[in-house]
Design a protein around this ligand. Structure first.
Ligand SMILES: CC(C)(COP(=O)(O)OP(=O)(O)OC[C@H]1O[C@@H](n2cnc3c(N)ncnc32)[C@H](O)[C@@H]1OP(=O)(O)O)[C@@H](O)C(=O)NCCC(=O)NCCS
Length: 285
């Protein structure tokens, strides 16, 4: 029997240590969350909040994030979790609900799809051990974007990432361009944002997180693709991650993004997981 505990319930305490990885953000941001459990086993979590929690809709839009914790559960339990978690999200007025889930959880993915969730992204997580040197760029100048050029960086990113199969990033960039200055400050503090210049002209962007050991985006302006710049920018990013002490680099790439996949594979990245990012949106909102 699936039971729901609110984060304020007195009897939720014994479950908290098992789910700390998923509740960290909610606790930090003081967001309400609910744990679904079968006996003493937590199955999943629903966190309610407002944009820019997911950066997919205008600021203030009520959203909910569903996390699956216990994998390999009986299909009936997972189906039950999927329907109850959406119901709870809607009771909390969510206009947008997301689930980030391993593709291996096929039954659960199907349960969400049956409830009108759509696949917003189908991507590979790739990793590369940083156990070798990466050279300095020969042709490009990589320039760290100062905070006052963040809007320029976002514009350059919209152009450089265009045509990619990744619609999530497209939506995030659209929302970012409407961010107030205080939220842009926060975003800027989270990653390193670079412009790639060739002979003084902007030809691409790169951003990465030394803290997470992640290359977040690499993009070359469409007319300059296929000339070796993407590779040079990636090598620069990997060099920076290694210099920051990261032992491994990770990234996500849409399964249909052939140029990017082939670039990452040629650098030695290997697929570690395939994940689906599912979204339910209130059509009337
Ligand atoms: C992915 C991207 C950054 C590659 O940059 P690029 O400058 O065009 O790539 P390069 O010229 O440096 O090529 C490097 C490698 O990428 C791969 N590649 C590049 N273009 C390719 C294409 N059209 N088809 C297949 N592989 C391709 C090849 O493996 C190539 O190596 P090779 O030249 O030895 O064959 C660029 O295509 C881009 O900006 N795409 C849109 C944004 C995007 O999808 N970013 C990744 C998001 S995760």
């Amino acid at each position: 029997m699936l039971k729901v505990y609110s984060h304020t319930d007195a009897d939720v305490k014994p479950l908290l240590p098992q789910v700390s990885k998923y509740t960290e953000m909610a606790e930090l941001m003081k967001l309400p969350f609910w744990i679904f459990a079968e006996g003493s086993k937590p199955i999943g979590i629903v966190t309610a909040g407002k944009e820019p929690l997911q950066m997919l809709a205008p600021i203030g839009t009520p959203v909910a994030v569903i996390n699956l914790i216990q994998k390999g559960q009986h299909a009936r339990v997972l189906k039950n979790f999927a329907s109850q978690s959406l119901k709870l999200a809607l009771e909390n007025d969510a206009q947008l609900v997301t689930v980030d889930i391993s593709s291996e959880e096929k039954n659960t993915v199907d349960s969400f799809l049956e409830m009108d969730f759509k696949v917003l992204a189908d991507s590979f997580t790739m990793t590369l051990p940083l156990n070798r040197e990466f050279g300095m760029p020969k042709n490009l100048e990589l320039r760290l974007a100062p905070r006052e050029e963040m809007n320029k960086w976002i514009e350059a990113a919209r152009e450089s990432l265009s045509g990619s199969a990744d619609v999530v990033m497209e939506r995030i960039l659209k929302q970012l361009s409407e961010f107030p200055e205080n939220l842009l400050d926060l975003y800027y503090s989270m990653e390193k944002f670079y412009f790639a210049n060739l002979d003084g002209y902007g030809i691409g962007i790169l951003n990465f997180s030394p803290k997470a050991g992640r290359i977040s985006n690499v993009g070359v302006t469409p007319s300059r693709r296929g000339q070796g710049h993407g590779r040079e920018m990636m090598l620069f990013g990997l060099r920076q991650l290694r210099a920051a002490g990261c032992r491994q680099a990770k990234l996500r790439v849409h399964v249909d993004n052939k140029p990017a996949l082939s670039l990452y594979k040629s650098l030695g990245f290997e697929v570690s997981e395939r994940r689906k990012f599912l979204i339910w949106e209130d059509e009337a909102a």
